[in-house]
Design a protein around this ligand. Structure first.
Ligand SMILES: [Zn+2]
Length: 143
């Protein structure tokens, strides 16, 4: 399924429109989570000072960047955000577009993260890297 902003919220450029889209996205996001992880994630999304920064960054990316989101999010991928407060969704899968967490180095060089948690996509096995999905899409489009 391709996550797209609803027509209604595209027309309204108001704060309410953004709030609606955030709420819709949050529902879609939680629906795809492993049941056992869902409660802690709801808590983290409600209480930013408890952690979950990487998960919120992931949701912001989804909100700003139309891309597919798998029907179920791999448990081990979500767990990285719960276990590592430095994890950020900077890489993605070239095949399915899933955002992949990495730990950026202190110099914040996105292309050379300090830790890459997944050598391949935990959802489909595709290659992962910085901007991998859009690079692949533009290659396919230019054929
Ligand atoms: Zn994938």
């Amino acid at each position: 399924m391709l996550l797209q902003p609803s027509n209604r919220s595209m027309q309204t450029n108001s704060f309410d429109g953004i709030k609606d889209r955030w709420y819709e996205l949050r529902q879609e996001f939680l629906k795809r989570m492993d049941r056992q992880q869902r409660d802690v994630i709801i808590m983290l999304l409600q209480s930013p000072n408890q952690g979950g920064r990487g998960l919120r960054l992931w949701m912001h990316r989804l909100l700003n960047d139309e891309r597919p989101l798998p029907d179920s999010l791999p448990r081990e991928l979500v767990q990285v955000y719960l276990d590592h407060s430095e994890a950020e969704p900077l890489f993605d899968c070239e095949a399915c577009g899933l955002a992949i967490p990495v730990e950026p180095g202190w110099q914040r060089n996105e292309a050379k993260p300090q830790v890459v948690y997944f050598a391949a996509c935990p959802c489909c096995g595709g290659a992962v890297g910085l901007h991998a999905y859009w690079s692949r899409q533009s290659q396919l489009a230019s054929r």
